[in-house]
Design a protein around this ligand. Sequence first.
Ligand SMILES: Nc1ncnc2c1ncn2[C@@H]1O[C@H](COP(=O)(O)OP(=O)(O)OP(=O)(O)O)[C@@H](O)[C@H]1O
Ligand SMILES: [Mg+2]
Length: 247
Amino acid sequence: MTEQAVLRVDNFSKSFFLHEQDKRIPSASDVTLSVFSGKLTALVGPTGAGKSSVLKGIYGTYLAGSGKILYRTATNDEVDLAQADPHCLLAIRRQEIAFVTQFLHVLPRQSCEEVVAQPLIVQGVTRHDALEQARTMLAALNVPEALWGISPATFSGGEKQRVNLARGFVFGARLLLLDEPTASLDPYTTELVVAQLEKLKQQGVAMLAIFHQTELVERLADSLVELKVPAVRSNVMEEYANENVPH
Ligand SMILES: Nc1ncnc2c1ncn2[C@@H]1O[C@H](COP(=O)(O)OP(=O)(O)OP(=O)(O)O)[C@@H](O)[C@H]1O
Ligand SMILES: [Mg+2]
């Protein structure tokens, strides 16, 4: 029997209408991909190809323009996240899907360990246990203990990225979405992240990840989906380039 995908995206497209310029900008066109338990699907392509837009569409940050986002839940129901009502989407997000975005948004008074523990507390884990797991993950990602009690609002780019990753890793997600998870990290810390991703794969987590480093794609990806800059936008960009050629 063929294995069922945890996530199947069929012909997802998304565009934005820029009113002041009266132009429609496609941000992702006809994207089709599958993500399986214990496997990592890498999403690659040039800047502006729509990689982040696909992840935001799956997570519900962006409404899908067209296409299906079929997610198989822990109870083996198939839900089209593109059509799901907001309550259903939020419940799935709270329990099953973690999204490590490119940027960490935090409340100024929330300490680093609380930021990491928060998704677990929302899931019903006791505060004590959630903080324990948060500290273990922060240590595994080499975040200095002196920073655990401080708000990450003032952290460096790499420190913020590690807090963001720790939050995604402790979540206990069935589907993990990762947007350039190692972009601000040095080679040593990148290896710590790779070790965690390999561990999560062994635990059966399905992952969809955007990496710019080919080496990481080669090491971690089980399948590869390449996005191209949508044709209409290539034309817009060409127009722009022509208009801006110095005469
Ligand atoms: N909220 C938005 N409003 C308007 N246009 C948007 C929005 N989000 C994305 N876009 C457009 O969609 C295009 C694709 O953006 P996206 O962030 O998905 O690209 P990407 O492949 O992740 O690029 P990068 O590798 O630089 O992160 C952008 O060039 C932008 O023009
Ligand atoms: Mg992006």
